[in-house]
Design a protein around this ligand. Structure first.
Ligand code: SF4
Length: 304
């Protein structure tokens, strides 16, 4: 007599189980996943990865952690050094917030990164995503880790949509929460695995469905890849000529300089003087740049 066929797993359970198994075979070796990583290293990596790709973060993270391996070490660093080390990761306010976070961990938590989501979210610069990620990746705890990659995987496999809504919805969070396994180790494994699947297989522009471990479960694929229903709400942001580009150029020159740089240095032919002024004002207001010298001969420098 033939043994009875195993009962198929419900789609959500199969999604989790197969994604976790796939991750076990395919996970990338990233420095913040090394066995000797610290909770602080995980937190730093998550802040750096918020708006910057892995390939650009990895070398900066490695040298950063060698230089400032603990919250106390970063708390004591000069802000100018922190901004220089942040380099070209972009959105440098994150560096300032990370240093504030280091100081808060040193003062409020005796230098130990908390393992509780509420305590993490009370730290400067730590939002819902980063707190959940630290709980899962640093402590192997149970949390709902919902970054852009996980959102895309869930939107496609469960929702049947090309992409998630431009801003996260409460229904999306509930759907993601319902997928999180009950056991903490399994929940942490699902968090890492679903992020990895979105990052390397189920990518935004060219998903590799032929290599996908959950292709047969994917509602978007089954529906014949319908178009993005939110396309008109997504505006592609150019880079050239934007305030972000001008801010980046100012920060780049200041990082490379040993001391104050005259304001006139930042102006080139064809520049929009009002835009430069606005961007410098914004950088000063953000605490990323200081003005020094008399009003008619102002120089800029990184904060001491
Ligand atoms: S089948 Fe394709 S679209 Fe669906 S989850 Fe896999 S990679 Fe993504």
């Amino acid at each position: 007599m033939r043994p009875p066929s195993p009962t198929p797993l419900p789609p959500a359970a199969a999604l989790v189980e197969r994604t976790v198994a796939w991750f076990g075979e395919n996970r990338r070796d990233l420095p913040w996943r090394a066995p000797d990583r610290t909770a602080w290293g995980v937190l730093v990596s998550e802040v750096m990865l918020q708006q910057t790709p892995v390939v650009r973060v990895a070398p900066v993270w490695t040298s950063w952690m060698q230089r400032w391996p603990t919250p106390r070490a970063l708390a004591d660093a000069s802000t100018a050094d922190v901004l220089r080390a942040w380099g070209r990761l972009g959105y440098p306010r994150r560096a300032l917030r990370l240093q504030e976070c280091a100081r808060a961990v040193a003062e409020r938590h005796a230098g130990v990164v908390p393992d509780d989501e509420d305590a993490l979210r009370a730290l400067p610069g730590i939002g819902a995503y980063t707190a959940a990620a630290v709980v899962a990746f640093a402590y192997g705890g149970r949390s709902v880790v919902l970054d852009t990659n996980v959102r895309r995987v869930v939107a496609r496999v469960i929702g049947g949509h090309a992409l998630p809504a431009p801003t996260q919805t409460a229904a999306e969070v509930r759907r993601a929460a319902a997928l999180v396994p009950a056991s903490a180790p399994q929940a942490a494994a699902w968090a890492a695995a679903s992020m990895e699947l979105g990052a390397v297989v189920c990518t935004a522009r060219s998903p590799r469905c032929a290599r996908c471990p959950v292709a047969d479960l994917c509602a978007w694929r089954a529906a014949g890849y319908p178009g993005d229903v939110h396309a008109d709400r997504r505006r592609a942001q150019g880079w050239a000529g934007t305030d972000r580009q001008v801010r980046g150029r100012v920060m780049g020159l200041l990082r490379a300089a040993a001391g104050p740089v005259p304001l006139a240095t930042f102006t080139t032919d064809g520049d929009d003087a009002a835009q430069l002024r606005r961007c410098v004002d914004g950088l000063v207001a953000d605490g990323l740049v200081q003005r020094v010298g008399p009003d008619d001969d102002v120089s800029l420098q990184l904060p001491a």
